[in-house]
Design a protein around this ligand. Structure first.
Ligand SMILES: Cc1cc2nc3c(=O)[nH]c(=O)nc-3n(C[C@H](O)[C@H](O)[C@H](O)COP(=O)(O)O)c2cc1C
Length: 158
């Protein structure tokens, strides 16, 4: 693993699980970091239902204007929670806006289950294959702190 100033980690996190992994990557790679901010409030139990509905309807959301241009980086590491078996709507929106502006990409996700179409969706939207990818279970791996081995293997490939 090399420290790489030309990498950026970009992520969305509703309840802090994906953020925890993004922060670890930020520290380990000493790269730039940016949180995707959804202008639509996603807090609380009712918003959970609403978020699932947004995935099913295939709508995008409005995100805060990103601070950094991914075109300035050699590597963009994108992190998302899984929503309704899919890519979260804020990350789907980010990827859609940045299509054509990314070089090399790596993907990571956190989820409560063990499968999703999130990586396939990111690959399709961006038109890029990831050089590395990492799927972590929030409860079994992130909360229990048993993820560092998988995280290091993910970072070894970037
Ligand atoms: C609207 C919504 C739908 C979700 N659907 C799924 C799902 O289909 N499969 C799954 O494994 N986890 C699902 N989850 C759980 C999140 O993916 C998981 O808790 C994740 O680690 C949360 O990341 P965050 O804390 O960064 O927001 C869903 C969460 C939300 C809010």
């Amino acid at each position: 693993m090399m420290s790489n100033k030309r990498s950026q980690v970009v992520y969305y996190s509703r309840t802090g699980t994906t953020k925890k992994i993004a922060n670890e990557i930020f520290k380990k790679l000493e790269c730039d970091e940016e949180e995707i901010v959804d202008m639509k409030s996603r807090a609380g139990a009712m918003r959970y239902v609403d978020a699932g509905r947004d995935v099913k309807k295939r709508v995008l959301t409005t995100i805060q204007e990103p601070i950094r241009d991914p075109a300035e980086y050699d590597l963009l590491i994108i992190g998302t929670p899984v929503w309704a078996g899919s890519l979260s709507v804020p990350v789907k929106t980010y990827c859609t806006q940045m299509r054509g502006r990314v070089g090399r990409v790596a993907f990571f996700l956190t989820q409560d289950g063990d499968e999703s179409s999130a990586f396939d969706e990111m690959r399709a939207i961006l038109g890029k294959d990831p050089i590395s990818s990492l799927a972590l279970n929030g409860k079994k791996e992130v909360d229990t702190g048993t993820y560092p081995g998988k995280l290091d293997a993910f970072l070894d490939r970037v």
